[in-house]
Ligand binder design. Structure first.
Ligand code: G6P
Ligand code: MN
Length: 445
């Protein structure tokens, strides 16, 4: 089984490879092809993988290339985890928005739109190549903004592209944990868009345990989302939102905290990662140790400003271990070996949420088997959530239209219609600001 990783020089690749190393079963991945535009990043990551593989018998063989078509040919699975414009691009996404007083974040609000506008054309090119060179491959999309990018790719690959995110998994795991339930035994009633979903129930042996959590302020305040959103707000909602909804429900505080931060998240990571890749150039670098230290620092500081505004304190040790690689591996195993499982994934709606059309990519529990991921029917969202989901899907559709037509006016429309952008004039200035700093947006005319 051959797995191609696009963005193969990316910092989180060792997480995926580490997960592959734990898989000893028949039908596992035996060959990993790393693709990246940047040779030195490939070299750095390959060094970490080599240390990971030492002492593991039959570790998947790793090769690296900067030739995309070569990487794709013969792939059974393609993981796409690219970052168009790099972390400097992410820092620009943040700064331009914050200067206009609106949220600049990788996936939410103006920053997410800018990132989407840059990424969609590249993702579409990849999808077309996969369709041509590896038509039977399954594409697992990690590339943010994951829902939007998955939808862009699905127009060329249909249901052969599946988007993943670890946020809903982490949320489900935390809720199960505080309720004393085994996350593997729990059915998590979650739906929405990527980074815009809500847990409305958690059933163990057919019984919904969420009401017990909502009724107990101590329990409710004891985990990440309880601390972030506050017990009262969660009880008002009667649901537990994805952590990214903090940017909506506490937008003013989040924007202010991001404006006041010494460095935005993107700028912090750009510096941190530059140091890591620089260090990897040294012949005597302790690759795995340095990578792991860098990873730990990244995880500990995740959403630090949001947690600070909420007085949430440090992250729980249990929340630091990530999980994105586990979702990826579970998805591949289910497809490759027809091991039926349920995972929360980004797939085409197909009637799951009646307010959206069939091709809209949503984030929803899916039954996965050799035929792919099939969304499971869920209860409708309450009106307030439906409103947000429809508004943001509307924005995503404008981003897709702008990427396809190259229309600047459509790009302005995308920004202007976002619930977190409060004036058409702001949207116009955002497009000015973003096209000034991003060469990847030169196609907007
Ligand atoms: C969460 C999100 C991902 C995001 C990751 C890293 O897991 O679901 O989409 O890529 O955090 O965020 P960071 O700010 O460290 O890049
Ligand atoms: Mn995510």
């Amino acid at each position: 089984m051959k797995l191609t990783i696009l963005g193969g020089g990316g910092f989180r690749v060792p997480l995926v490879y580490g997960a592959l190393l734990t898989d000893r079963a028949e039908g596992r991945v035996t060959e990993v092809v790393l693709h990246d535009l940047d040779d030195s990043r490939l070299y750095a990551v390959a060094k970490v993988l080599e240390e990971q593989a030492a002492r593991v018998p039959d570790a998947p063989k790793v090769t690296a290339t900067t030739d995309l078509d070569e990487a794709l040919r013969g792939a059974d699975f393609v993981f796409s985890a690219i970052r168009v414009g790099g972390l400097e691009g992410r820092a620009h996404d943040e700064r331009v928005a914050l200067a206009e007083g609106v949220l600049g974040q990788e996936t939410v609000g103006a920053g997410g739109i800018a990132y989407g506008l840059r990424t969609v054309p590249v993702a579409v090119d990849i999808a077309r190549r996969v369709a041509r060179l590896a038509p039977d491959a399954w594409v697992i999309n990690f590339t943010n903004p994951a829902g939007l990018v998955t939808e862009a790719m699905s127009r060329h690959l249909g249901d052969r592209v599946i988007g993943i995110c670890d946020s809903p998994v982490g949320l489900g795991r935390r809720i199960a944990r505080v309720l004393g339930a085994d996350p593997k035994e729990a059915w998590i009633d979650y739906v929405g868009l990527n980074h815009l979903g809500w847990v409305r129930g958690l059933r163990v042996a057919g019984r919904d345990e969420l009401p017990r959590l909502l009724a107990d302020p101590d329990l409710l305040g004891s985990f990440e989302e309880g601390k972030l959103f506050g017990v009262d707000w969660l009880r008002s909602l009667g649901a537990i939102p994805n952590e990214y909804l903090h940017y909506y429900y506490f937008n003013r505080e989040a924007v202010r905290a991001y404006q006041q931060a010494v460095k935005t998240r993107g700028a912090f990571l750009a510096d941190q990662q530059a140091r890591f890749y620089e260090e990897m150039k040294r012949p005597d670098a302790a690759a795995l140790t340095t990578w792991d230290r860098t990873r730990a620092e990244r995880e500990a500081t995740y959403m630090a400003e949001n947690r600070e505004t909420a007085g949430a304190g440090e992250r729980d040790a249990d929340d630091l271990s990530g999980g994105y690689e586990k979702v990826a591996l579970a998805l591949m195993r289910a497809i490759a070996r027809d091991e039926r499982t349920t995972l929360i994934l980004n797939v085409r709606n197909q009637g799951t949420l009646s307010v959206l059309d069939t091709d809209a990519v949503i984030e929803v529990p899916c039954l996965v088997d050799a035929n792919g991921a099939h969304p499971v029917a869920v209860a409708p969202l309450p009106e307030h959530a439906t409103g947000l989901v429809c508004a943001v899907k509307g924005v995503e559709r404008e981003v897709l239209a702008a990427a396809e037509s190259g229309s600047r006016a459509t790009a302005v429309k995308a920004f202007a219609l976002h619930p977190l952008v409060d004036s058409v004039n702001v949207a116009r200035r955002l497009v000015e600001g973003y096209t000034d700093v991003h060469p990847g947006l030169a196609y907007l005319k």
